[in-house]
Design a protein around this ligand. Sequence first.
Ligand code: ADP
Ligand code: MG
Length: 626
Amino acid sequence: MAKKQFKAESKRLLEMMINSIYTQKEIFLRELISNASDAIDKIYYKALSDDSLVFNKEDYYIKVTADKANRVLTIADTGIGMSQEELENNLGVIAKSGSLAFKKDNEAKDGHNIIGQFGVGFYSAFMVADEVTVTTRALGSEEAYRWVSEGADGYSITTAEKETVGTEIVLKIKENTEDEQYDEFLEEYRLKALVKKYSDFIRYPIKMDMKSQRPVEGSEDELEDVVEEQTVNSMVPIWRRNKNELTEEDYNAFYMDKRYGFDKPLKHVHISADGAVVYNAILFIPENTPFDYYTKEYEKGLELYSNGVLIMEKCGDLLPDYFSFVKGMVDSEDLSLNISRELLQHDRQLKLIAKNIKNKIKSLLQGMMKDEREQYEKFYGAFGRQLKFGVYNEYGMHKGDLQDLLLFTSSKEKKQVSLDEYVSRMPEDQKFIYYATGSSVERIERLPQIELVSDKGYEILYLTDDIDEFAIKMIANYKEKEFKSVSSGDLGIEEDEKDKPTEAEENENKELLEGMGALLEGKVKAVKASKRLKSHPVCLSAEGELSIEMEKILAMMPDNNNVKADKVLEINVNHDVFQSLKAAFGSDKEKFNLYTQLLYNQALLIEGLTIQDPVEFTNDICKVMV
Ligand code: ADP
Ligand code: MG
């Protein structure tokens, strides 16, 4: 059976394509400039193997001119141009790419900078233009041709006059509609911004006539309009330059120029990877926390370039959430793009790059922590919270990557220490990594609970950020050492035999403590003789997973379900107060109740918890005083 060819309604196809493949109209300029750059590149590559052709860089450029009065935008280049046949083939056949063919023909040489590949970009011009005119003269030819089209209806080709080799594309910009402002594509400042955004690293100058005003010579206040030709793009992608030639200032200038932040970068890393995946990247760690950083509005991501042309402004897939503070760009030739030159989702190369980048950031930060501690602490002040969230989130999936980047204030010297530093100087008899929680270092230092551990000479991590304890609980143990709150029931510290209460003492106290427990029914789970208090009479501790600090934090959340820690009131049986309590227990029930309530409320206050009835509390104090 004879095979039949598919027929396509090319008019409909073109209409569909023009209106559906691009999400933003503004990218037409990127597409036309990329084509112009390819056309110049083709001369450049030809000259490599053709001795009769000399490539003088100064002769090659792209020029963008807006004529507002006539609603005309022109993009001209001094590239290789097109013959009549090429015009017919490249602009008359949709999805035919002369550039892809050129790249294939020149595979052996280095044609890899050529951007074009799909054969559709040119038609994006019809998103903003009613009519497109292409006047072109091919390299080595005396004749010029003109291609004119109003879009889907077809095109015509006639001979034309053109003095120089190259191509000039004239767009008749559409009239504004209710929803679309086409006028913006005739505004110089807007066009310049678009060139900067998408085509900043095109290797040839993109020139524009920029209007400005300057004072008339010899006059005080009169201004005159001047037109000046400017090269708008930076041309040399800094990431393709040799690292050794670049200074700190170059990187800082790049950071400012690309508006990654309003601050200075604290640190950068320049990556030129050519292993399993080839890419260049420059990554920055900002100095300051962006004002919206810890809000939903903040959007993470790196700029993504393919061959120096911007593909995506914020590619979120390149950064894990816990490194969302990192700014910068990635450029790779290896990405699979779809025909609108957007990134294909789930691109394998992209995943590889992302993984690579994650590891680079990690080692950058680790290096900083080790060798530039002051810088690192500055960074940690700005973004440490994000790292701790990272440890906690996704059920601790990333704790392995992050735990060595954490710092906590230590009871020793009140300096920030890493977990590694803590563990490596633990005395041999110390079994746990101790921590204490509270709203500030000063507050924690006054907590009765820390007394025993401090007296033992053990270091304590002071957790002052609300996320801290959640992160610590997620890590669970570090280098085989478990974390232990100084408020936890069993501190794992051996008591001296002589300090241990005798059995008789324990029995004697048992009744009293149970009596207190009954009076505090519903408020605490138990009342116990404390093993940790030295100079303070009471404190609260928690049994089970939920600590008192965690209860406080959860209480601030909107859907907290009113979860409570299992609280234990600990009494220092060696304190004088306990003697009074004992006396009251035997003789005066009312006094015993009064003392019990007072001690419980004191313990609440020390913990930073609110007491249920402050008036009653002060009345109770008065009762003791009179
Ligand atoms: P692509 O760039 O992906 O190949 P386009 O639709 O943008 O697809 O362009 C189609 C073809 O038209 C190009 O491959 C190239 O051969 C030709 N072309 C477009 N613009 C120019 C230009 N300014 N100079 C020379 N050739 C051009
Ligand atoms: Mg193109």
